[in-house]
Every structure is written in structure tokens, then in C-alpha cells.
Design a protein around this ligand. Structure first.
Ligand code: GLY
Length: 579
């Protein structure tokens, strides 16, 4: 349990209350007045809890509580997802966003699947060599820092498309975020530290100072007020999509582009459209897995990896032993090699999805796997199919049986670190997820080629893997994580932990992780990974690197008694709520 310092909180609460009374704004806090159980100035992280009716798990306690309250007052899992997305844009600005994009995967109670791709797109003026210098060398910072790194944001449009499956008015779902921005919320230690670490970049890459830079050094217990963000959210509340993609907000985005050398125009914003994608489905040991299709690579990758390991008795091999890690890493190597070669935006590149996940292809790919032997990424290249740290995830489930897995991102932590002057929100640096030049690694060390080259209107390849699982055709799990290219591996390992190792969802999420992405030819492990397995891997010729931690996985599982077990990753402020 993370508890703010009571003394600091009391004084902050009192100050906030005095401000609100003096300005008569208590009246204006419709949502928080109706939901006194949520206190933006005094809250705790809840890592694990079972609920009878509905549950949310997300990167921030306030966002999770907002989602649960929305369902308690008559909304469903889709309403909750929309309210959580907007709330995260206020309370978790490192990755929660309205200036980025993502994927919403939903399963309605009647079994209908919905995949909404609200990934950013390359602006009309983008071109394949836009991040190369005169000599043809990659200028890698240009796709990461400041306005030139931004794709056209998709999050707001994505939430309006999601709204078709919700029950409450959109205005009500925006209200909690507006109130959190206008009347402030107390920063956790991690959120304060994040803002401090990026302060210099915020000032360097933005036209003006903003709420996020209003203090030299933030600390836990400080209240963050974001009036410009509140005004932007109010424009969306009042004018719908036009409140973001047209009018004042669009003007402010374009002005920021002009200041910082970006290329997004008013027409780019007005033309942005989310797309419905048919989810990828496959079976793994009696479980039915539903996950996201391209332009996410994640769904194909986890389908390939889980099919590759399905013939093996993983439970017998033991959790994180040399034997199980050797097998699972060799599946990772093969799937990620295919990612680099074959995956991109399906509207621009013929992604051979059906072949890549077919039983025959996957079997063929594992033909040269030799148990106990370290493979090599020089030998294992992409297959030839016959036919041509920062993101955030949240999950919601309601009592009707609807479930949502939603992963959303600005790409890097705080995106391109550009806060749109006068509009108060951060922009993404998603253009770095394109392959800026064949063979040149992006910020996650991933390489790509023609399939993922920059083209106007194209969506950059993603690793986000929002995933649902059904058991006997009934809702079972909703899960996902941030973490760039580590995401598909986290979801893969999380599902194996539950299905093969019979862990609870909390144990599965917290368990120590490993990651191989073909190139670099290296097994990354978390710092608490078993030393004996590291030594055994090294002895067999693997290069093993200890990395602090990967991602922040959040999930909900319906157990055999019908209870919703919600779990937030130990690695962050991730927190659950429900009723
Ligand atoms: N920006 C991280 C991803 O989409 O994979």
C-alpha cells in the first residue's frame, strides 16, 4: 500500500477546499461531489482485490476508481474504458493521453468482438526519408524529440468510436477528467519524479511553459492543477470530435508544429479516422485467445509464440528454469524476426497474417529448435510465409459480461515532451515506431524494413498487445502492458504463467520476466531473475543482460466462483478498483 504523507495531504486537502469554496467551484465538481468515495487529494494504491460485479485496473488509482464509479452509476465496461482513458491523460501524463493513440479491444457480453485501431498516422507531408540527413544517415533524435516526431493523434477519435458500445453520454465520461484537471490531484512519488526528470525537455521542446513545468521540483503530495488541459477537455465535451480535431485545439496544435518544425496540418487533424480491425483469435491449451491485429505486431507475435510452445509440457519444465526459458526464448527469436520483415500497416503493406499464424508455418519455424541449445539470430532469419518505456494499459470488466483491454501510448515516456501551448497536453513521438531507415534501430532497438517505412497516411508498426481470453466461450481474462517491444513477450509470459503454471493473475503479473527480440541477439532479464537460470543460459552461449524491469502489466480474471480478480503490476502505481 502506498500512502501519501497524511500531514501533507491534510494541508493540501484543506487548501484545495478553501480554494474551491472561495471560487464556488464545489458546485462545479459534479462527478466528485456525486462520488465522495474518490478523493483526488487523498488516495491509496490497491494492488489486488476481488469484486462481485465490475472491475478496473490501470496505471493510476484515481483512473481506476473513476472507471469503477462510472460502472456503478450504470455505465458498462466501454463507458469505463472511455472515462479511464481521459482520466489517465490527466493523472498519468507519461503515457495516458489525448495526444497519442492506441488500440481498444472489446468483447461484448453476446460474444461480439470489437477492435478499434486509433493508432497515430503519418502526416500528409511525411515521406520515407524525412529522418535522414543529406548523406542518407538517420537523424534518430528527429523521430523522438519535439514536434517533428509526432504522428496525428488518434486517442480522442478512438474514444468516440468506442462510445458506440457505451451507455452513458460522452459528456459524463469526460467530466471526471475535466474535474481532475481543473481542481487538481495530488501527485504520487513516482508521478512527481517522472515530471522532474523531464522538466528540462518539456521546456526545450515546447513553445511555452505549462502546468507540468509550473514547479521547479515536484514532490509527492503536491497538487497538480492543469487549467489549459481542463479547457481542452471541455472543448471536446462541448463540441465532440471537432473540439479536438478542429477549432481552437487544432489551431493550437498547428501553432506548436510551426514553432517546433513539425508537419501536422489542420487538414491532417480533420481527416484523422480510427479503423475497425478484425481481432486475431487462436486457441492455446483449451483457452481461446483474442488479441490485436496489424498495425499491431503484438497479436501475430503472441499467436506465433504460443503456438510454437503449445506442444511442450511447460509446467513440467518449471517456472523460469533453463529448460522453459530456452524454449520460450527460441519462440521469441523466431516471432520477432518475422516482425522485422513482414509487419507494417496492413493498409499499405500486405501483411501475411493468416500464414504467419497458421499451424503449418509455426510448426515449420520450430523445426530447427534443439532443446538445450542456444539459437543464433544470424542463422534464424525471418521465415518465408507462403502468401504474400512508455505506454499504458488498462482493463475493464462489467457485470453484464462485457470486457475491454485497452493499450494507449505517446510512445516514449511523455512522448516527444512537447506540451501544446495553451492546450496543456503532451504530443506523441510515435513516428519513431516507423523504420526510419532499414536496419537502423528505433528507441526500442527494433529494426524494420520496407513494410514499416514512413509513408503519408500510414500507421507505424506497434507492439501493443491488448488481449482477452475466454474459457468455454465465457469471459476469463483481460490483460496487457506498456513496454515497447517487450509488450508481446510480457503478455505471452503472463498467459503462460496463468495457463501452464496455474498462477493467480497477481502472481502472473508480478513474476520476473525475460525478453528476446531477435535483434539484438540477447536475453534481457529483470533484476530479480533466478541467478541459476542466468548462469545456465550463459553456459549454453546465450548473452544475458539484466535490465531493471519491463512494463507494468494490468489484468482482470474471472475465477471459478465468478469473482472478478483484479491485479495491478507491482512495478508502478498500478491500482485496481471495482464493486
Ligand atoms: N509505441 C510503442 C508501440 O506502439 O509499440
Amino acid at each position: 500500500m502506498n500512502r501519501m504523507h497524511l500531514k501533507v495531504q491534510l494541508s493540501v486537502t484543506l487548501t484545495a477546499l478553501l480554494v474551491l469554496l472561495a471560487t464556488g467551484t464545489v458546485q462545479a465538481q459534479k462527478f466528485f461531489k456525486a462520488n465522495p468515495q474518490i478523493n483526488p487529494y487523498n488516495f491509496s494504491v490497491v494492488k489486488e482485490q476481488s469484486y462481485n460485479n465490475a472491475a478496473v485496473t490501470s496505471a493510476h488509482p484515481l483512473a481506476s476508481m473513476v472507471g469503477a464509479a462510472i460502472m456503478q452509476q450504470g455505465g458498462n465496461a466501454f463507458d469505463a474504458a472511455i472515462a479511464v482513458q481521459f482520466a489517465l491523460a490527466v493523472v498519468h501524463p507519461a503515457a495516458g493521453n489525448i495526444g497519442g493513440g492506441g488500440f481498444m479491444l472489446g468483447r461484448k457480453a453476446d460474444g461480439t468482438l470489437i477492435g478499434i485501431d486509433y493508432r497515430e498516422t503519418a502526416p500528409a507531408k511525411a515521406h520515407r526519408d524525412m529522418y535522414l540527413d543529406a548523406k542518407g544517415e538517420a537523424i534518430t533524435e528527429k523521430s523522438k524529440d519535439g514536434p517533428p516526431a509526432s504522428g496525428i493523434p488518434g486517442s480522442v477519435a478512438g474514444m468516440f468510436s468506442t462510445h458506440a458500445f457505451a451507455k452513458l453520454p460522452m459528456a459524463d465520461l469526460l467530466e471526471p477528467a475535466i474535474e481532475l484537471a481543473e481542481f487538481g490531484h495530488v501527485l504520487t512519488e513516482k508521478e512527481a519524479g517522472g515530471l522532474n526528470s523531464q522538466r528540462a525537455d518539456f521546456l526545450k521542446y515546447s513553445a511555452a511553459a505549462s502546468a507540468l513545468t509550473s514547479k521547479e521540483k515536484w514532490k509527492a503530495g503536491d497538487t497538480l492543477y492543469q487549467p489549459e488541459l481542463a479547457a481542452t477537455l471541455k472543448r471536446i465535451q462541448k463540441n465532440g470530435l471537432a473540439g479536438f480535431y478542429e477549432g481552437k485545439t487544432a489551431e493550437l496544435i498547428v501553432k506548436e508544429m510551426q514553432y517546433g518544425g513539425g508537419i501536422i496540418t489542420k487538414a491532417d487533424l480533420k481527416n484523422y479516422q480510427p479503423k475497425f480491425r478484425k481481432p486475431i483469435e487462436f486457441d492455446y491449451k483449451n483457452h481461446h485467445v483474442i488479441t490485436f491485429a496489424p498495425p499491431s505486431s503484438g497479436g501475430i507475435i503472441i499467436a506465433q509464440m504460443m503456438k510454437m510452445i503449445a506442444p511442450f509440457d511447460i509446467a513440467k519444465m518449471g517456472f523460469n528454469t533453463f529448460e522453459s526459458v530456452n524454449l520460450m526464448v527460441e519462440a521469441q527469436r523466431r516471432a520477432y524476426a518475422d516482425r522485422a520483415e513482414h509487419m507494417g500497416d496492413p493498409d499499405f503493406w500486405k501483411v501475411p497474417t493468416a500464414s504467419l499464424v497458421s499451424d503449418e508455418y509455426v510448426k515449420e519455424r520450430m523445426k530447427d529448435f534443439q532443446p538445450g541449445v542456444a539459437g543464433s539470430s544470424k542463422i534464424t532469419l525471418a521465415g518465408v510465409p507462403k502468401e504474400t518505456e512508455q505506454t499504458t494499459h488498462f482493463s475493464t470488466m462489467d457485470k453484464e459480461g462485457n470486457m475491454v483491454a485497452n493499450t494507449t501510448t505517446l510512445n516514449g515516456s511523455y512522448g516527444n515532451r512537447t506540451i501544446v501551448a495553451g492546450a496543456g497536453f503532451l504530443l506523441n513521438n510515435e513516428m519513431d515506431d516507423f523504420s526510419v531507415k532499414p536496419g537502423v534501430p528505433n528507441m526500442f532497438g527494433a529494426i524494420g524494413g520496407e513494410a514499416n517505412a514512413v509513408q503519408p497516411g500510414k500507421r507505424m508498426l506497434s507492439s501493443m498487445t491488448p488481449t482477452l481470453v475466454t474459457l468455454n466461450n465465457k469471459p476469463y481474462i483481460t490483460i496487457g502492458s506498456p513496454g515497447g517491444t517487450t509488450i508481446p513477450n510480457q503478455v505471452y509470459e503472463g498467459l503462460v504463467n496463468i495457463i501452464d503454471y496455474k498462477m493467480t493473475i497477481k502472481q502472473a503479473i508480478d513474476a520476473s520476466r525475460f525478453h528476446h527480440q531477435w535483434i539484438p541477439d540477447r536475453v534481457d532479464v529483470e533484476s530479480d531473475f533466478p541467478e541459476a537460470t542466468i548462469q545456465a543460459l550463459k553456459a549454453k552461449g546465450y548473452t544475458v543482460t539484466k535490465r531493471g524491469r519491463f512494463g507494468r502489466m494490468d489484468g482482470i480474471l474471472i475465477n471459478e466462483t465468478g469473482k472478478l480478480e483484479a491485479a495491478g503490476d507491482k512495478r508502478g502505481d498500478d491500482s485496481v478498483a471495482g464493486y
